[in-house]
Design a protein around this ligand. Structure first.
Ligand SMILES: *[C@@H]1O[C@H](CO)[C@@H](O)[C@H](O)[C@H]1NC(C)=O
Ligand SMILES: *[C@@H]1O[C@H](CO)[C@@H](O)[C@H](O)[C@H]1NC(C)=O
Ligand SMILES: *[C@@H]1O[C@H](CO)[C@@H](O)[C@H](O)[C@H]1NC(C)=O
Ligand SMILES: *[C@@H]1O[C@H](CO)[C@@H](O)[C@H](O)[C@H]1NC(C)=O
Length: 437
């Protein structure tokens, strides 16, 4: 008796502590966002927000089709959860959206957060409800790139959660979290695939942007889009992205860093257990010549790639395709790379000679690599004397043509063991590339 109660009491204590923690949110007061058919539902929410900026739940109810016809800008929030259980719709008329985006009062995103602590953005697990529909298809059909709305900026928030959110055809740019810290984004679904990925490409439909954030855990997300699945920008630190699926886009990307001489600082990024399907790139790093600063401790590991053109692509010679052909490099600096690892990559390369991706609107395409065979599993386009300890290990590619995979790597620029023979030619792993860790 004595013994069993001694053993049980810590367990009971743990249980009661857990139920107290669970009970806490019920103390929040709830604002249910009202809806009127045929009208914009944003003004009523904005009017109520000052009273619900702390210790509150803001509920978009299941069963309701909300009209978010004008942008929502939240005040600084404290201990607030926003529940998206109904369907939310942007205006269907493109010109209406463009006029709003062009106006001087546009907050920058359709949904803008301005800061706060303990803020949760929670969608629905009901597959029929909780979708935020931006009607992107019509924009993509018309190749309309002017005055597009960004989606969600979960900015300057500490201790944030984004979960079970579902975006349906965002026009462009899904989630960013500029300047936030300690963010857990999980079990979200971004659907930004076009009905026609060749002629109506969903340009710039980036998934998650971790630019400038610290201590992010992004996991169990499903992102189908036409640009970066993940972007890690300048200032980002301690970013983990894992157990996720990406389809259709431009990869798990760091950068671009160092544009216009910027001093970049990116540290401690781990991207693991990710499936990349029908994508242009899987793991990607880009920085500009002339940049400064450092990107260090960056790992991509356990990456499965299926129908990917460039599984591993690192360039320190990035430039903007919109500004014409690649300029002659005259800059003498670049953002330094230190401790960058690619480990356990398995999959198949789309090496079709007629490979085409919907973003290709110039000749040559922006992703064209002079001298490439199309079978490159790794391209290290590095800038001299700026890279310390970059290694690719246990990389197992096949090409769809069954020809051997190749690499591009200039041994004049990098003389350390990179895990494979550094050459423009066959992919030949070194001992470190086969067995190192
Ligand atoms: C919110 O709740 C916390 C904890 O109960 C309390 O300290 C704080 O004063 C509340 N804030 C407002 C604005 O009511
Ligand atoms: C909610 O929106 C999604 C995306 O537009 C749609 O597929 C779904 O049918 C909508 N739900 C209902 C109940 O209409
Ligand atoms: C490298 O980054 C990972 C992921 O953020 C972190 O867990 C690890 O501690 C970092 N290692 C060093 C040596 O900074
Ligand atoms: C390799 O890099 C060196 C130094 O930057 C350069 O001069 C040379 O042209 C490069 N070789 C190839 C094949 O790109």
């Amino acid at each position: 008796m004595m013994l069993s109660s001694l053993l049980l009491s810590p367990v009971l204590l743990a249980f009661s502590a857990a139920s107290a923690a669970l009970a806490a949110p019920s103390a929040l007061k709830t604002f249910t966002v009202p809806h009127v058919d045929g009208q914009d539902d944003t003004p009523a929410l904005l009017a109520a927000l000052p009273d619900y900026a702390s210790n509150s739940t803001i509920l978009f109810k299941q069963g309701v089709h909300y009209n978010i016809w004008t942008p929502i800008k939240f005040p600084v929030l404290n201990n607030v959860e926003i529940r998206i259980e109904g369907n939310l719709s942007y205006p269907e008329d493109m010109a209406t959206v463009q006029a709003i985006v062009a106006s001087s009062t546009f907050p920058g995103h359709w949904f803008t957060f301005t800061g706060g602590d303990k803020v949760s953005l929670i969608g629905s697990t009901n597959p029929k409800w909780g979708w935020v529909d931006a009607h992107g298809q019509q924009w993509w059909n018309k190749h309309e790139l002017t005055n597009r709305p960004h989606g969600w900026n979960f900015a300057k928030i500490s201790n944030g959660v984004i979960r079970n959110m579902k975006l349906w055809k965002p026009v462009a740019w899904s989630f960013s979290a500029s300047g936030s810290t300690n963010l857990h984004a999980h079990d979200n679904w971004i659907y930004a695939l076009s009905d026609d990925m060749d002629s109506a490409f969903p340009f710039n439909t980036d998934g998650f942007s971790a630019g400038g954030g610290t201590d992010f855990l992004l996991e169990n997300n499903h992102i189908q889009n036409g640009d970066d699945c993940l972007t890690v920008g300048n200032g980002a630190k301690n970013i983990v992205f894992r157990n996720s699926r990406c389809e259709g886009g431009h990869g798990l990307s760091i950068g671009s860093l160092g544009k216009g001489g910027q001093v970049a600082d990116v540290q401690n990024v781990l991207i693991e257990n990710v499936e990349m399907k029908n994508a242009l790139y899987a793991a990607r790093f880009k920085s500009w010549t002339g940049g400064k600063g450092l990107a260090r401790n960056i790992t991509w590991r356990n990456i499965k790639f299926d129908n990917v053109r460039f599984p591993i692509y690192v360039t320190q010679n990035y430039w903007d395709q919109n500004l014409g052909p690649k300029p002659e490099v005259t800059d003498v600096t670049n953002t330094q790379i230190q401790d960058m690892f690619f480990e356990n990559f398995v999959g198949n390369i789309n090496d079709s000679p007629t490979f085409f991706e919907g973003t290709c609107v110039s000749d040559p395409c922006w992703y064209y690599v002079p001298g490439a065979t199309g079978r490159e599993v790794i391209i290290f386009d590095l800038y001299p004397e700026t890279v310390k300890n970059i290694v690719a290990r246990r990389i197992v590619p096949v090409t769809q043509s069954w020809k051997p995979a190749t690499v591009m790597c200039n041994s004049t620029v990098i003389s350390t063991d990179v895990g494979f023979k550094c050459q423009n030619g066959l992919f030949v792993p070194t001992l470190a590339g086969l067995f190192g860790h």
